[in-house]
Design a protein around this ligand. Structure first.
Ligand code: PYC
Length: 316
């Protein structure tokens, strides 16, 4: 086979410390159809591209990728498919904020409201300044409350199962300290909880795996209401407060009457970054709004050389 060099143009951003690598050009041709259909084609036919972009040696376990694509809904400014070190995400809050800031950096959108299409629905995104973004997420809800699971080494752990664009298990009662110094322990605890949920057959109400685990504790930043630790599907923790996780949490808070419609909830991440959230009811559904800040930190071209044994990244 003759040697082949492919070039992939990316913009790297971070949202509250959590990276998003936005693929601007050089991605696979996924054909036409809904974003959900194109995500399925991406997974089935082009998974090596996912791994090449986000896995080592070009990326890391923390990196989330966003493939920009032509939207199927002409009212949308872009389509986007999110992916990580192990697979694909229906929606990603920090990633949406990163995509908006990357598109502004490229001069493709200006301040104001835009619609972005994802495999799980259309997101209304408002670019407030070149770095500050607010998004109205997909309808979010709690599907089960106070689910008790028996976790090896931890005993009975109770939490809520909620949807915010991904499935979350929200653990409010636990013995852990939510601090960066304790990240390794939090990772192991959350990973064990995830496996216990799986073993117990506890899933989202569409049958989807609960692949994000969220632990809460008191905030350490003045004005914040809570601090979280969110374990993502590939065992990396979210450096941001997690947009979809905060959406799931807001849906529970609003359902419980802990917050009222439009009331601000400031969610702190493990590294001290903040998302400002609120929720309102539209046509009987809870729509969370998440506001955060992202910065561009690289403009680069990835080189995929067919002679490179690790051109497609290191895969587990
Ligand atoms: O911000 O929604 C989010 C997210 C999901 C996984 C990592 N970040």
């Amino acid at each position: 086979m003759p040697r082949r060099i492919d070039r992939v143009v990316v913009i790297d951003t971070h949202t509250g410390g959590e990276p998003t690598r936005v693929v601007v050009s050089g991605g696979p041709n996924l054909g036409r159809g809904t974003l959900a259909e194109r995500l399925a084609r991406f997974r089935d036919q082009h998974d090596t591209f996912r791994s090449a972009v986000v896995n080592e040696p070009r990326g890391s376990d923390v990196m989330v990728g966003a493939l920009l694509c032509e939207p199927s809904d002409a009212s949308c400014a872009t389509g986007m498919i999110f992916f990580n070190n192990v697979g694909y995400l229906g929606m990603c809050g920090h990633g949406t904020i990163g995509v908006a800031v990357a598109l502004a950096h490229l001069g493709r959108i200006s301040t104001g409201m835009h619609r972005f299409e994802t495999p799980v629905g259309v997101i209304a995104v408002t670019l407030e300044t070149e770095n500050r973004v607010s998004l109205d997420n997909v309808p979010s809800y709690r599907s089960m409350r106070d689910v008790v699971v028996s976790v090896p080494g931890l005993g009975r752990i109770s939490g809520d199962v909620a949807w915010g664009g991904n499935w979350f298990f929200l653990v409010h009662e636990h013995q852990e300290t939510i601090s960066l110094a304790n990240a390794e322990r939090l990772t192991e605890v959350s990973w064990t909880i995830r496996h216990a949920l799986n073993e117990a057959g506890i899933r989202g109400d569409d049958g989807g795996e609960i692949d994000h685990i969220e632990l809460y504790g008191p905030s350490t930043v003045p004005g914040a209401h809570s601090k979280n630790f969110v374990l993502c599907p590939g065992k990396a923790y979210d450096r941001s407060p997690c947009g979809t996780g905060t959406s799931a949490k807001l849906a529970c808070l609003l359902s419980d009457g802990t917050i009222g419609e439009g009331e601000i909830w400031r969610q702190e991440s493990l590294v001290g970054s903040i998302f400002e959230g609120s929720a309102r009811i539209v046509d009987g559904e809870i729509i969370p709004t998440i506001k955060g800040t992202a910065y561009v930190n690289a403009e680069s071209t990835l080189i995929l050389d067919s002679d490179d044994p690790f051109a497609s990244g290191i895969r587990v």
